[in-house]
Design a protein. Structure first.
Length: 334
């Protein structure tokens, strides 16, 4: 039995790599491929391996969005593997490694964004809705190459992913609303619906009135008036039927607003009552404390007075003893 040689993708060794994107705009097949300079496989010397000679690298796309057309940008660090294993000629990108740019690229060596400022301006730009209110700032001093959205000392992932909303569509959405609970748009929509219904039947009424004056004989016009009145009654009933759901919804919204106002009023009253009750309890407790401490204060005063009397008595006795002792000594000496 001959030996089977397993020399195909999946059984010929998994070789993974890390590299830097140097071109994403000129894929001849328009598949969203990038030219990637891979560490260990390619030199940084662009005289030996120019950016345009790097292999085209496929990107893995999400299974639930195979038409996703986003690609890493120049200067992004990517991780992937080779479909042809150790041959290293069919690279595939699995994802982007975020990081913090420490310096602006010179564009002379590999493993960095090779574009100049002019090339960046002519390349893919951020969507208009993102820069409509807050245009991107000009490059910092000395920043002649590199993506304008990548700043030295800042993470390379999206600003909104770091909690920075300035200039984002989310910030614009917030700015276009008076409040997070703003229901103005809801009312405007309902009013527009009512106007649409009313205008439709205004036209019908106008057509019915015009029909009253059709014909020259006095007898046919009577019949036309009756028909027009009957026609108007039917249309008015139909209008009432169609307007009723909108009226009910507006009433429900009004009831909802009134309920919220009542809840706010009750909360205010409860808070006010609670504060008053707390203040009354505190005042009462303070009065009781003062009353309970009054005997202690009196006792303390009595003790202080007794201390003063005792001190005076001790001083007087000491002086008397001293005087008596002095007199006795003098008498003995005499």
């Amino acid at each position: 039995m001959s030996k089977v040689i397993n020399n195909f993708a999946g059984l010929n060794g998994f070789v993974w790599w890390i590299g830097v994107v140097e071109n994403r705009t000129s894929d001849p097949l328009k598949l969203g491929r990038c030219q990637v300079r891979i560490f260990g496989w390619h030199t940084e010397n662009k005289q030996l391996i120019p950016s345009e000679d790097l292999p085209w690298c496929l990107q893995v796309r999400p299974a639930n969005n195979s038409e996703f057309d986003g690609t890493p940008k120049e200067g992004d660090y990517v991780v992937g593997f080779f479909l042809d294993s150790e041959s290293g000629q069919a690279p595939v990108m699995l994802g982007v490694l975020p990081g913090i740019k420490t310096e602006n690229p010179s564009g002379d060596a590999g493993f960095q964004d090779p574009r100049t400022t002019k090339e960046i301006a002519a390349g893919p730009q951020m969507p208009a809705y993102y820069t409509a209110t807050t245009p991107p700032p000009p490059p910092a001093a000395g920043e002649t190459t590199g993506s304008p959205t990548t700043v030295v000392g800042k993470p390379t992932n999206a600003a909104i992913a770091r909690g920075i909303l300035k200039g984002s569509p989310l910030q614009q959405a917030y700015e276009n609303r008076a409040h997070n609970c703003d229901i103005t748009a809801k009312f405007k929509l309902e009013i527009a619906k009512v106007k649409s219904f009313i205008m439709k039947y205004v036209i019908i009424i106008r057509e019915a009135i015009a029909a009253l004056f059709v014909g020259t004989s006095p007898f046919p016009i009577v019949q036309q008036i009756k028909q027009a009145i009957s026609y108007l009654k039917q249309k008015i009933k139909l209008l009432q039927k169609e307007l009723q759901p909108i009226i009910d919804e507006i009433k429900a919204i009004i009831d909802y607003i009134q309920t919220i106002q009542e809840i706010i009023r009750i909360i205010k009253e409860d808070i006010t009552g609670l504060l008053k009750a707390c203040l009354a309890s505190f005042t009462e407790a303070l009065a009781k404390a003062e009353k309970a401490l009054a005997p202690l204060v009196t006792a303390a005063n009595v003790i202080n007075n007794a201390k003063e009397i005792a001190s005076t008595a001790i001083n007087t006795a000491t002086e008397a003893i001293s005087t008596a002792a002095t007199t006795a000594v003098k008498t003995k000496l005499a």
